[in-house]
Design a protein around this ligand. Sequence first.
Ligand code: URA
Length: 307
Amino acid sequence: MTEDDKLALAALRWQLEAGADEAVEEWAQDRRKKAAPQPAVAPPRAAPSPGPPSSGPPSPEPPPAEPPARFDEAPAPPPTRQAAPRPAAPRPPVGGLTSPQQAVASAREAAAAARTVAELRTALEAFEGCALKATATRLCFADGNPEARIMMIGEAPGAEEDRQGLPFVGVSGRLMDLMLSYIGLDREKVYISNVLFWRPPGNRSPSAEEIASCLPFVERHIELVDPAYLVLVGGISAKTLLARSEGILRLRGRWYSYQHAGLAHPVPALATLHPAYLLRQPGQKRLAWQDYLKLHQAVASGANPLA
Ligand code: URA
């Protein structure tokens, strides 16, 4: 074994110890290779600073950043010289609905008319008020057992979910399944859906209008399933359903009372980290594990965590 191989092995061990136990890319990348020389570009101009230039030591490593609203399932491909595709601009609702308000009103009406989960799905199939439908391959409605006591709500379908029409069946779904298995749960014991029913193109962050047009269906979905516990997976889900503005690192790990007009009683809702975030920040799995244990305690004891 060469010295280089030994170093590579040590780096791998270190990653394993840090919790990186999943490969998220299809092909291994040799990160020891020197990056190809970049074309000369003028450095960005420094922002004008009111004070003298700092000569102190470099600031310490910042803590893991608050997860951005949306994660790609796979890391971005290495940069190429081609022009980067522009992120798709949010499009207006389709199907003759000319304003976001009209889209929300139409969503409310269609969702309220659904008497069963199957009818809700049919209503969504026919709904034309969310522009994401135009770019998605298919509707991604739900997976798991609608009779289960636990309903998990993620953010939006990724590429694999868009292909299969089922939530959390990609890389992050596999991590979620694994974490659920550690507390004795599987897709027979949970019901899974998302805040968005269609994939945002390129996995971009959903716009406020897109979320608003899907929300009446999500709320009706919760009413119809009437779960004993809700698990809000990731920032978009937690912030949307709890109507909170804090980031997920603040919201996670606590039980909230989810209330809605059509529910006979408030549902205890636990906010937790999104598995896609955990794939990028494996050190944070520690926090997610605490959340899953909290869920396990509540489910196993049958106690109302809000009492
Ligand atoms: N991320 C989500 O939030 N939901 C999915 O269904 C897949 C990935």
